[in-house]
Design a protein. Sequence first.
Length: 108
Amino acid sequence: MHWLHLAIAIVAEVIATSALKAAAGFTRPLPSLVVVAGYGLAFYFLSLTLRVIPMGVAYAVWSAVGIALVSLIGWLVYDQRLDAPALLGMGLIVAGVAVIQLFSRTAH
């Protein structure tokens, strides 16, 4: 159940971060509400996750998956492009989380 809580936290954070651009400095009410609600939900579910999963591991997974998803949304919705060094850097972050998950006793 704790991994489901982390997944919900990540999705809520990605939605909030994606809406942040649409909120235009909190001048647009509906996207601004999505930002506030999304971050609130994200941190609530992250707090549930931290009851079981070590903080460093949870944050590493949160960061890696969040970076990948926000970048994907930026590309699909906002037509933002990433160059090769940016993609390589994100890949290294994801690879680091994979190493933690596969080889670290801390993650389990």
